[in-house]
Design a protein around this ligand. Structure first.
Ligand SMILES: *Cc1c(COP(=O)(O)O)cnc(C)c1O
Length: 413
């Protein structure tokens, strides 16, 4: 097998049916952005939408905008759009709060739906906030719940009749390993266990079919592949069959059946709205809506196909160009078992990532030794992967990473 060349990458770009999408994003020149899994790029329409919102809707229409510009309907409206990205119905999703807070709300609801069961199963390598939220809720409830953490391969064995909820993230934030959502959901349900999936690292990068798989609940993030902007509101999904069962864990006025009756007694809304808490963050929701609208126009099957190819290309090029430098693949080799990111290990990972950023290639580092590259298919070219690996090779060959300024740890890695 002969090696891959830059020409091969250019040919892939010429044949790429998604190549037109890159122009829908504002990307800085001289930068190759491999961090769209952590903060999605800026869609072209966002600037104008926010400008109009601030100048006209806030500046001139003022409080009339809650009705006149339907600010009050944003959590439902945007939720309904996100529903189409994840295989849900439009009354099963709302945009609200952060992923962490939504996980808290839904886990609390799920535990109330399984009062006799005391075990929550999750994965040892799950995203830390997910584990902290579970532990924190267990302590707050004080009802003797227990978090059972297992490795991915042991999940099926861990599912028995004592388990109330299985809480998993579909794509592992470090390795990019992709869970089989449908099979795990089926195995859990066969034991009467509710499933609560975190879609933060998968939604927007691949087709997801929550209802076809029978998923009970899900949460996800607005600022990653949905391109909603820094700290964008997150979303939550509850299958219709559960919506009337559990009262909300945080009974705020926006979840009241009639918020503007200003009644002293709480009465939850009938549907998914009961999981809204406070006043919607309108600026953040508007930016999120632009990102979601953009994605709704893209064919997620093509996005997934390109994402797999970008990942294969990246891993192959690192092997081909950087074999001498001691990198070790940390992502699944088979793209069918991988999300839209790849990771390699190196003991000097942190410094290497900083040196790469100085070269204009933005990836990130995840402790203890992972270099992580997010692959957002709508705005990345195959030739970007070529250039990124070429930069990695330069950084390694010149040992430019071996400078004190690249070893100083910043707050955000
Ligand atoms: C990004 C991410 C989060 C982020 O949660 P926030 O509340 O928005 O900070 C949570 N869980 C997973 C799996 C993530 O990838």
């Amino acid at each position: 097998m002969h090696g891959l060349s830059r020409d091969d990458c250019e040919r892939l770009d010429r044949e790429d049916p998604l190549s037109v999408w890159r122009a829908r994003f504002e990307l800085p020149s001289g930068v190759i952005y491999l961090d769209g899994n952590s903060l999605g790029a800026l869609p072209v329409g966002t600037r104008q939408r926010l400008d109009e919102l601030v100048r006209v809707q806030w500046g001139e229409d003022l409080i009339r905008s809650w009705n006149g510009n339907d600010w009050i309907g944003m959590p439902r409206r945007i939720g309904a759009k996100i529903a189409r990205l994840i295989g849900a119905c439009d009354d099963e999703v709302v945009a609200a709060d952060s992923t962490s807070v939504n996980l808290f709300k839904l886990l609390a609801a799920a535990l109330r739906l399984r009062p006799g069961r005391k075990v929550i199963v999750s994965e040892r390598t799950n995203f830390p906030t997910d584990l902290y939220i579970i532990e924190g809720l267990i302590e707050l409830l004080g009802q003797g719940h227990e978090l059972r953490l297992v490795h991915a391969g042991e999940l099926c064995d861990a599912l028995d009749e004592t388990v109330a909820v299985l809480v998993l993230t579909q794509v592992d934030y470090r390795s990019g390993r992709l869970h089989d959502l449908a099979t795990l959901t089926r195995q859990a349900q066969a034991k009467g266990i509710l499933t609560l999936w975190d879609l933060s690292h998968s939604a927007g990068a691949m087709p997801i079919e929550l209802n076809a798989a029978g998923v009970d609940m899900a949460v996800g993030c607005g600022y990653k592949y949905l391109n909603g902007g820094p700290g964008a509101p997150a979303y939550l999904f509850i299958a219709r069959r559960h919506q009337r069962m559990a009262p909300p864990a945080i009974a705020g006025w926006m979840g009241h059946a009639v918020p503007f009756a200003f009644a002293p007694d709480y009465r939850p809304a009938a549907g998914i709205e009961r999981h809204l808490v406070g006043t919607p963050p309108v600026l953040g929701l508007a930016a999120l809506e632009v990102g979601v609208d953009l994605l709704l126009g893209a064919d997620l099957r093509l996005v997934r196909e390109k994402s797999r190819q970008l990942g294969d290309l990246c891993l192959r090029l690192v092997e081909q160009e950087c074999a001498a430098f001691g990198f070790e693949r940390a992502s699944p080799h088979d793209s069918a078992r991988r999300g839209s990111q790849v990771a390699v290990r190196h003991p000097q990972g942190y410094a290497i990532v900083q040196a790469l950023i100085a070269e204009g290639v933005i990836g990130d580092f995840r402790a203890p030794d992972l270099l992580r590259f997010g692959l957002a298919p709508l705005y990345l070219r195959y030739v970007d992967i070529w250039e990124a690996v070429a930069a990695l090779r330069r950084v390694m060959a010149s040992r430019s990473w071996d400078r004190p300024e690249f070893k100083r740890k910043a707050t955000v890695t």
